[in-house]
Structure formats: structure tokens, C-alpha cells
Design a protein around this ligand. Structure first.
Ligand code: FAD
Length: 80
């Protein structure tokens, strides 16, 4: 079986969160829950900053998303 790839948009940015859900269909591994904010198509892998599709490409946003991702990872690990 091919290893799962992180989903990218047509420009190569990492797709996260609700943008991974299309017509109610979620990526593999998300059968029982929605992908979290900043979570990629690989459960437990998060993306923040300029690499993320839809980010503002501003330094303040990148830092804020980084801090948010750290908190989300902590929550994820509590349930993993
Ligand atoms: C010329 C210029 C001017 C800008 N001016 C402003 C401004 O005035 N105000 C503003 O808000 N924003 C500005 N920005 C945007 C701002 O710099 C970015 O939004 C911000 O740096 C994004 O932070 P980041 O951590 O997401 O990405 P980055 O700062 O790009 O950090 C990504 C890091 O990952 C490293 N990396 C890449 N690939 C790999 C890999 N495979 N393995 C390990 N490491 C890797 C890179 O070397 C880099 O250090 C400017 C950007 C540029 C280019």
C-alpha cells in the first residue's frame, strides 16, 4: 500500500481543517471525527504559517498559528 501523503492544494500549500471535508467526505483516518483546525489530512499532523493553504502569509499570523498548533497537538496527544 502506498504511504498516505499530506494533501496539498493546486499551488502546493498544505490543506487543513474543514477544507479537507468535501460533500461530507472526510480523509482516511477521520471516520469518527472532523479534522481539527490546523490539522492536515494525516491525523495528528498539524500545519501552521505560510505553508498552510489559506494562511495570510504574514509573520504575526504565522506565529499565532504556531502557538495554536502547539496547543492543539497537546489536546490531540491527550486523546491519542
Ligand atoms: C521579502 C519578504 C518580506 C516580508 N515582509 C513581511 C512584512 O513586512 N510583514 C509580515 O507580516 N510578513 C512579511 N513577510 C512574510 C513573513 O516573512 C512570513 O509570513 C513568515 O516568515 C512565515 O513564517 P513561517 O514560520 O510560516 O515560514 P518561514 O519563516 O518561511 O519558515 C519556514 C522555515 O522552514 C525551513 N524549511 C523549509 N523546508 C524545510 C525542510 N524540508 N526541512 C526543514 N526545514 C525546512 C525554512 O528554511 C524556514 O526557516 C515577508 C516575507 C518576505 C519573503
Amino acid at each position: 500500500m502506498k504511504p498516505e501523503q499530506i494533501r496539498l492544494d493546486r499551488w502546493g500549500f498544505v490543506v487543513t481543517g474543514h477544507d479537507l471535508v468535501h460533500d461530507g467526505a472526510r480523509p482516511r483516518g477521520f471516520e469518527n471525527r472532523e479534522p481539527g483546525f490546523l490539522e492536515t489530512s494525516l491525523p495528528g499532523i498539524f500545519a501552521a504559517g505560510d505553508v498552510r493553504a489559506g494562511s495570510t502569509k504574514q509573520v504575526a499570523s504565522a506565529a499565532g498559528e504556531g502557538a495554536t498548533a502547539a496547543l492543539l497537538i497537546r489536546e490531540y496527544l491527550k486523546t491519542a
